[in-house]
Design a protein around this ligand. Structure first.
Ligand SMILES: Cc1ncc(C[n+]2csc(CCOP(=O)(O)OP(=O)(O)O)c2C)c(N)n1
Ligand SMILES: [Mg+2]
Length: 553
């Protein structure tokens, strides 16, 4: 008879969960020991829980199935929370396994005792369960997996007491049945088709499942036949884009620009997406981005089959045979001279290989990334779904584990990179094919912009500015990377960057390029931005759109 942990690992592997991102402690030792009895399970050690959880997120986005985590009690779970939050917001399936004290040890309130369920509920609202016995463990795991893999995908937390893990009499369980989500029903389809035929201006807002090729093609056929506009949510979980695919315009991060994008529409059709709201509230500005006179329709809620719903809508609109507009191939030229963030984006667009996985947490340095890579060979884009920074390097770990034959390129702000910098060690240990590009602008640059936008800028003195400034000491990412076994280069010209990027792409295993850049929004640009954003609603539409394209294309 296997013990609980052994039976659990068999059950997970039988169900196709074959990767576990771990950061264990004493209460997880039987799980750790059982890893050697299940050859199908790959265990990847992370040196901080936020790396393990972000890797599980990145893995599932690319593999289309969940990985497991293995975290140590409430404190370990707490350390991993931010990236579980990003997974939750991205509707990404994660089987979040948290070890606990033995059941009889809990009342003794030992040093590491804490309320794990309460910590978990925030990121795992749909499924938190503490397994109560070895006999029930595998059933609990299957229930958790079923919850994680359903639509929408979610973080499901299984809490595993040490005695449940070491107890004899584990009983492996068969895999759960696949989810069978329903598409929109005939009435739903007909109402939306009527709105589209009605002649008003219509946009489809695509999110979640609707950002992969089959759904994009259906949407693009509808667009070609009926002139509707295709938008995509501001931070897509996984967007397939590039030459040969339909292009969709992302909703802007800056609320004023998002309002501008949406203000012309009479109807907004949500396809596995939420009606956009402003990222933060700003004094005197609206939080809702959808204009009052725009009717919002739901073609597919997150629990519905968005791909089939779009196909049905295309059929109802007689658009199945329409020729969709596809992005044409084009690349920017090779940049030259002193390095800036837009030049890094340009170089990435110039060189990005076919089939790359682009992970974007470049914050202000990535403003030009979308425009510069639009016509690149097809690739996937993963973004900061929940706004909790420290996601890109762990996501890159997971994406590379999921897709070992695809190049992963992670673009990360220096501030963001430091939250989960231990990812570099896992990249080196697993020899993952990742190029990490760190923008060293020695600043939490976006917060300087926000300081002004929330209206606190005038009151911000030197102490306030110092909280957003990363000078003294300036971080040296090339040295940090070398210290974790990742070969790295610090570059300050476009020529050096291009050469370093070419080298990185040509060699297997991880590389880091530290791009020494000035802040993308600094000096005059930063000073005029709040004023410009305030005036956008009052400018003639073509002028406002041209300005938007210039600042955040
Ligand atoms: C977990 C978490 N902590 C803090 C923040 C607040 N925050 C948002 S952006 C940012 C700084 C980003 O700096 P960097 O990555 O260097 O990008 P830059 O603004 O310089 O382009 C911070 C601290 C956050 N979003 N998430
Ligand atoms: Mg920065």
């Amino acid at each position: 008879m296997p013990n609980g942990a052994q039976a659990l690992l068999t059950t997970l592997a039988d169900a196709g969960v074959t990767v576990c991102f771990t950061n264990p402690g004493t209460s997880e030792m039987h799980f750790v020991a059982a890893l050697d009895s299940e050859p199908r399970m790959r265990a990847v050690l992370a040196l901080f829980e936020g790396v393990a959880t972000g890797a599980a997120d990145g893995y599932a986005r690319m593999a289309g199935k969940p990985a497991a985590t293995l975290l140590h009690l409430g404190c370990g779970l707490g350390n991993g929370l931010a990236n579980l939050h990003n997974a939750r917001k991205g509707k990404v399936p994660v089987l979040n396994i948290v070890g606990d004290h033995a059941t009889y040890h809990v009342p003794l309130d030992a040093q590491l005792q804490s309320d794990i369920e309460t910590v978990a509920r925030n990121v795992s609202p749909g499924f938190v369960r503490t397994s109560q016995s070895t006999a029930a463990l595998c059933r609990d795991a299957i229930d958790a997996l079923q919850a994680a893999r359903g639509l929408p995908g979610q973080v499901a937390t299984l809490i595993l007491p040490a005695d449940v893990s070491w107890g004899e009499g584990g009983q492996p369980c068969p895999p759960p049945p696949p989810a069978s989500p329903q598409p929109a029903d005939a009435a739903q389809i007909e109402a939306i088709a009527a709105a589209i035929r009605g002649g008003g201006k219509v946009a489809l807002l695509l999110g979640g499942q609707a950002l992969r090729e089959p759904a994009l093609l259906s949407a693009a056929k509808i667009a070609a036949r009926h002139g509707v506009k295709l938008h995509c949510e501001v931070f897509p979980t996984r967007l397939e884009r590039g030459a040969g695919l339909p292009a969709v315009e992302r909703i802007a991060y800056l609320a004023e620009m998002a309002s501008l994008q949406l203000r012309e529409f009479d109807h907004l059709v949500l396809v596995d997406a939420k009606a956009p709201v402003s990222f933060f509230a700003y004094p005197g500005k609206p939080s809702q981005m959808v204009p009052d006179d725009c009717t919002v329709h739901v073609l597919a809620a997150p629990e519905q089959d968005a791909v089939a719903s779009l196909a049905r809508l295309a059929a109802a609109l007689d658009a199945e045979q329409a020729t969709p507009t596809l992005q044409s191939a084009s690349r920017p030229s090779r940049p030259r001279g002193r390095l800036t963030a837009p030049k890094v984006c340009k170089a990435v667009g110039h060189l990005l290989p076919e089939g790359a996985i682009l992970v974007d947490e470049a914050i202000t340095s990535g403003l030009m990334l979308g425009a510069m890579t639009a016509g690149c060979p097809r690739h996937d884009l993963l973004t900061l779904t929940g706004g909790a920074i420290g996601q890109a390097l762990p996501n890159a770990v997971g994406a590379a584990v999921a897709c070992p034959h695809r190049p992963v390129v992670a673009l990360v702000g220096d501030g963001s990179a430091m939250y989960t910098i231990q990812s570099l060690w896992t990249l080196a240990r697993e020899q993952l094919n990742v190029t990490a590009i760190i923008f060293n602008n020695a600043s939490y640059s976006v917060l300087n912009v926000e300081l002004d936008r929330v209206g606190a800028g005038q009151r911000g003195g030197p102490k306030a500015r110092a909280q957003l400034d990363l000078h003294g000491p300036v971080l040296n990412f090339a040295e940090i990377a070398q210290g974790m076994g990742v070969s790295a280069r610090r570059v300050s010209t476009a020529e050096e960057f291009c050469r370093a990027f070419e080298d990185a792409l040509a060699s297997p295993g991880p590389r880091l390029i530290e791009a020494m850049v000035p802040e993308a929004l600094n000096g005059t640009k930063r000073r005029v931005l709040p004023w410009l954003l305030r005036s956008l609603p009052n400018l003639p539409r073509p002028l406002a759109q041209a300005l938007k394209r210039k600042i955040a294309p």
